[in-house]
Design a protein around this ligand. Structure first.
Ligand SMILES: Cc1cc2nc3c(=O)[nH]c(=O)nc-3n(C[C@H](O)[C@H](O)[C@H](O)COP(=O)(O)OP(=O)(O)OC[C@H]3O[C@@H](n4cnc5c(N)ncnc54)[C@H](O)[C@@H]3O)c2cc1C
Length: 405
């Protein structure tokens, strides 16, 4: 044991993944999560390329695959439900539009939490209220009243990261709204879905609706997507978000009215702006950022989860390799990750642009079949090296994960 104490804020994807790697490298890890328990819900997230390698190195390949959606592919349809295009899960070697590791965000979060809960201290229903760092450590006051000292603190607290605003400055400085809003929630599977998802896009209004099957065959996951130049709804005010969704999707055809009819009885609901986080630096002294908090590429990149998993591996590896020296460890993590992040953010921006409502000043839609775009996709999926960190302590995957199917 290095005796190094690390506090991680956020227990979704980036937080528990980092906790896994920090524990393996010998640190004592505490994760503080604002929500009272692990948050369920969210759309399917994908792991492609190097992110799949990270899952395998975590010893979680079987557990993650067992929790996957098992989606066979996707159909795009017109307003009458007629199929326009077909995408299969095994297209592009499993790294395509529907990736072969495709899992609901809440289910992946559960796998990562179950894997780490025994070796890591989780504090639910609390958050960092104040923080002060000096040359040797960071004093933290929790909203619940506890005061503790840590060697390092990492914010994995998402797009609207409080730690980021506390240490790096206001959200407006880093958050780039891409002009769209996304909402997800589960509905009863009264649509007869069976391993295929359906997507209906209305180019003229810039709106999309999607229905996908999930592991629980009695339910389906619905998604809505609409253009919104501004977004001023509080990201925690669910009632206001539902009002906004009803307003913006009114008059939309296909199965939208049936899906909207379940807005008040769904057990899970998520709506947020499609936004990216762009920062010059992801650390300040002994405080670092990871995942959406540091470098959200937006759901339009389809890679936010992959970035969080890869970033967790590199951050823990580089800190441990640097003998837990914050400056050196954070700097090397950033040097390894930055161009990988930038490729994914570029894809996110291009995808958002391709869904803009065509207008006289609209930029031409990118050519997704072009060679340069394929090259960009290659860099976004595989464009980062995962060092072996031979010589750095590694206690191996947890007993819990290696015992899983
Ligand atoms: C409920 C939910 C549903 C989502 N659904 C989708 C989706 O459908 N599609 C998609 O592409 N992306 C979705 N996302 C975002 C997606 O999870 C991320 O893009 C990606 O997986 C990177 O994850 P992250 O761990 O960095 O951030 P996030 O997944 O956003 O997790 C941040 C975590 O930090 C917690 N938190 C926030 N503030 C504090 C605080 N002050 N102190 C402690 N903890 C805090 C949050 O409760 C959350 O658990 C969702 C996120 C959440 C939380």
């Amino acid at each position: 044991m290095s005796g190094i104490k690390v506090l991680v804020a956020g227990a979704s994807i980036a937080g528990p993944a980092l906790a896994h790697w920090l524990r393996r490298r010998g640190a004592e890890v505490t994760v503080v999560e604002r929500a009272p328990e692990l948050r369920p819900g969210g759309q399917a997230v994908d792991a492609r390329g190097v992110a799949k390698d990270v899952i395998a190195r975590m010893g979680l390949d079987a557990a993650v695959r067992a929790a996957c959606t098992d989606t066979a592919g996707a159909y795009t349809v017109d307003a009458n439900g007629q199929v326009l295009e077909t995408f299969r899960a095994d297209d592009d070697g499993g790294d395509g539009f529907i990736a072969d590791i495709e899992i609901l965000r809440g289910d992946l979060s559960r796998v990562l939490y179950d894997d780490t809960r025994e070796g890591v201290e989780y504090l639910f229903g609390d958050r960092i209220a104040e923080l002060a760092q000096d040359a040797d450590g960071v004093d933290v006051v929790f909203a619940g009243g506890d005061r503790r000292r840590f060697d390092l603190v990492v914010g994995a607290d998402g797009l609207h990261s409080s730690l980021r605003s506390m240490v790096f400055g206001p959200h407006e400085r880093y958050l780039h709204h891409l002009g769209h809003v996304l909402a997800f929630y589960s509905v009863p599977n009264e649509f007869g879905l069976d391993r295929w998802l359906f997507e209906y896009q209305d180019q003229e209004s810039g709106r999309t609706a999607l229905l996908r099957p999930i592991q629980d065959a009695t339910r389906a996951m619905a998604m809505f997507y609409f253009a919104a130049a501004d977004f001023d709804v509080d990201y925690r005010d669910i009632a206001a978000q539902k009002v906004l969704l009803r307003e913006r999707m009114s008059g939309f055809g296909w199965r939208a009215p049936d899906i909207l009819a379940h807005l008040d009885d769904t057990p899970d609901f998520y709506l947020d702006q499609v936004a990216q986080v762009v920062m010059d630096r992801w650390s300040n002294g002994r405080v670092g950022l990871l995942g959406d908090a540091a470098f959200s590429s937006s759901p339009m990149s389809g890679q936010g989860t992959g970035l969080a998993l890869v970033g967790a591996y590199l951050l823990a590896g580089e800190l441990a390799a640097a003998g837990w020296d914050a400056d050196a460890g954070f700097a090397r993590y950033e040097a390894r990750m930055r161009s990988f992040v930038e490729a994914n953010q570029e894809i996110g921006r291009l995808n958002a642009r391709s869904r803009e409502v065509p207008g006289p000043d609209a930029e031409p839609s990118p050519d997704f079949a072009s060679e340069w775009f394929m090259e960009l996709v290659g860099r976004a999926i595989n464009g980062v090296e995962l060092p072996d960190y031979a010589g750095v302590p590694d206690s191996g995957p947890s007993i819990a994960s290696s015992a899983k199917p």
